[in-house]
Design a protein around this ligand. Structure first.
Ligand SMILES: [Zn+2]
Length: 285
C-alpha cells in the first residue's frame, strides 16, 4: 500500500484532492470506507477530539486498522486537536496523521506548539502533521450567518514563515471558507488569496476545511489552484441525521438499530461517493 504522503504527492502532480470525512460511529466509518472502495479511491477518515471521545480513541484506531488489514486504502487523521498533549496522545494511540490546530493562539505560540508536535511525529516514525494558520470561523453544524473578514485570512508571508519554522507537511488555510453550513449567507472562497499562498510555499500540501455547503464549482476551482485535501463533516452529519429522522417517522415501531440505521448508512455512503467524484480521486488507487 502506498503511504499517505505518496498519495498527496500524486494528488498534487495530477491536481486532484484526497477526501477527508469525519465519523463518530462504526457504521459511519463503514459507509465512508465502502464508498471509497467501490470507487477505487484513497480516503482519509477522521475524528475530532469530541468524536474520538465518543467512539473511543483506541477503538477508532483499531477499527481503521481492521479495514487497512483487509486492503482498504484508508488513513486515520486526528482532526483539530487543540493542544500538543492531545495531538501526542493521538500519535501514541496509532493515528496515521494529526492536525495540531493551534490557530487560536498567537502566531509565535502556534509555531512553538506545532513544532513540538512535528518533532514528536518525527521521533515516532515520521507521520504527516498538519498545522493551521488563520482564523477559521464557524462550527460543524447548520448556522444562519458567520461573520468573516479578510483580516482572518491566511497571509502568504506568515504562512511561508510558519511552514519553514514548523516543518508541517500540510497546512490548513483560510480564504473565505467557514466550518459548517451557513444557511443565510453565501460562502465564497477568495481564489487570489489561495493563489498567493500556494505561490509563496511550494513545498507543502494545502487543506480546505469547511467545504460543507460550498458549491461544487468553487471546490473544483480550489483544487485546480492547489488544494489537495478537502474536509467534509457537516454535510455528512446532516445526511445521516435527516435519513434517520425520516426513517423513525416512517417506522416508529422499529427498534432494531441495523434496520433503522440502514437508510442513514446509505445516505452517507452516497454522499461520500459524490464528493470523491467531485474531488477527482476516483480510480487513483
Ligand atoms: Zn476543520
Amino acid at each position: 500500500m502506498k503511504t499517505l504522503r505518496e498519495y498527496f504527492l500524486q494528488a498534487k502532480t495530477e491536481k486532484w484532492a484526497v477526501g477527508h470525512f469525519n465519523f463518530s460511529t462504526a457504521d459511519q466509518l463503514k459507509a465512508i470506507v465502502e464508498a471509497a472502495k467501490e470507487l477505487n479511491s484513497p480516503v482519509m477518515v477522521a475524528t475530532s477530539e469530541g468524536e474520538a471521545k465518543f467512539i473511543g480513541r483506541e477503538q477508532a484506531v483499531a477499527l481503521v486498522k481492521s479495514y487497512q488489514q483487509e486492503g482498504h486504502v484508508v488513513f486515520l487523521n486526528a482532526d483539530h486537536h487543540k493542544t500538543e498533549e492531545r495531538a501526542k496522545q493521538a500519535i501514541d494511540a496509532g493515528y496515521d496523521t494529526v492536525l495540531i490546530d493551534a490557530s487560536k493562539m498567537s502566531f509565535e505560540e502556534n509555531i512553538m506548539t506545532t513544532k513540538i508536535v512535528v518533532d514528536y511525529a518525527k521521533e515516532k516514525g515520521g507521520l504527516m502533521v498538519e498545522g493551521e494558520l488563520g482564523y477559521l470561523k464557524g462550527e460543524s453544524q447548520m448556522q444562519g450567518t458567520v461573520e468573516i473578514s479578510p483580516a482572518d485570512f491566511t497571509k502568504p508571508e506568515e504562512a511561508k514563515e510558519f511552514v519553514e519554522r514548523t516543518g508541517v507537511d500540510r497546512l490548513a488555510i483560510v480564504f473565505g471558507n467557514i466550518h459548517g453550513i451557513v444557511t443565510q449567507q453565501e460562502e465564497k472562497l477568495t481564489m487570489p488569496v489561495l493563489q498567493a499562498v500556494v505561490f509563496a510555499i511550494p513545498n507543502v500540501f494545502f487543506v480546505l476545511h469547511g467545504a460543507s455547503g460550498l458549491p461544487d464549482e468553487q471546490i473544483k476551482e480550489a483544487i485546480a489552484n492547489g488544494i489537495t485535501n478537502v474536509h467534509i463533516n457537516t454535510e455528512l452529519r446532516v445526511a445521516y441525521h435527516d435519513a434517520l429522522e425520516a426513517e423513525l417517522q416512517k417506522e416508529p415501531d422499529q427498534t432494531t438499530p441495523y434496520k433503522f440505521l440502514a437508510p442513514s448508512f446509505e445516505a452517507m455512503k452516497e454522499l461520500v461517493k459524490k464528493k470523491l467524484e467531485l474531488f477527482g480521486s476516483v480510480g487513483k488507487i
